[in-house]
Ligand binder design. Structure first.
Ligand code: ADP
Ligand code: MG
Length: 228
């Protein structure tokens, strides 16, 4: 599903090149539930953004679902992302002037030319799935953190992506809500065989995943599969 080969990411700071990701060689299969862990500043978000086609590497390959995404133009990359990838962020990133329903509808309007009835069917199904049906006409500022993240999960899933990337999705949530959100994502992964890739240092996520990839200073130092 995802493969990187000798992938490097460099940020220029004035005269100096900072090597943020060094020789990343990863293979992540279809339907995996994976966490990328490591200290703050180790490059977790950078890896997620590279794999999620939000950012391009300086060298090396990134193959997602058979496509070398490093060869795509910015427009092609945006289209590819829209069709195949969903994102969930720490700060939820909902659009404040849109209702819950409209936030979930937004990616469908942006990237897919679907008739209203079909959009409605998908949105209503996901609202039920994330248990937010009763809040569908509310606005983000009328919701709790956990409810906002449920909406963000529905928004990430509405295009039926093959892969969902979640960057510290529980960082702004209490323990009980975090556990509910993790359970919800696990349920979705089982039901739809969606690949989930987390960047996190939350122990609750780490203990829920099937595989833990550890990054230190932009280098993978450990890659462990959890036996069930
Ligand atoms: P993590 O998510 O593990 O905390 P990041 O991927 O956000 O780590 O950052 C890794 C390193 O890259 C950090 O040292 C950070 O300061 C640096 N970095 C991230 N984004 C940029 C940028 N746009 N320009 C320069 N340095 C950056
Ligand atoms: Mg980060």
């Amino acid at each position: 599903m995802i493969q990187t080969k000798h992938t490097n990411k460099i940020y220029k700071m004035g005269e100096i090149d900072l090597e943020i990701i060094k020789d990343l060689n990863l293979e992540i299969g279809h339907g995996e539930f994976v966490a990328i862990v490591g200290p703050s500043g180790s490059g977790k978000s950078t890896v997620l953004n590279l794999l999620g086609c939000l950012d391009k590497p300086n060298s090396g390959e990134i193959v997602v679902d058979g496509v070398d995404v490093t060869k795509l133009s910015t427009t092609e990359l945006a289209n590819f992302r829209g069709k195949n990838i969903g994102f969930i962020f720490q700060s939820f990133n909902l659009i404040p002037v849109l209702s819950v329903y409209e936030n979930i509808e937004y990616p469908l309007i942006m990237i897919q030319n679907l008739p209203k009835e079909i959009r409605d069917e998908k949105i209503m199904h996901l609202l039920k799935e994330v248990n937010m049906l009763e809040q569908k006409d509310k606005f983000p500022d009328q919701l709790s953190g956990g409810q906002r993240q449920r909406v963000a999960i529905a928004r990430a899933l509405v295009t039926e992506p093959k892969i969902v990337f979640a960057d510290e999705p529980t960082a702004n949530l209490d323990t009980k809500t975090s556990n509910q959100i993790i359970e919800l994502m696990r349920k979705i992964q089982k039901e739809f065989k969606t690949t989930f890739i987390f960047a996190t240092h939350d122990e609750k996520i780490v203990s829920a995943v099937d595989r833990i990839i550890t990054l230190v200073d932009g280098v993978v130092v450990d890659d462990k599969r959890i036996e069930l």
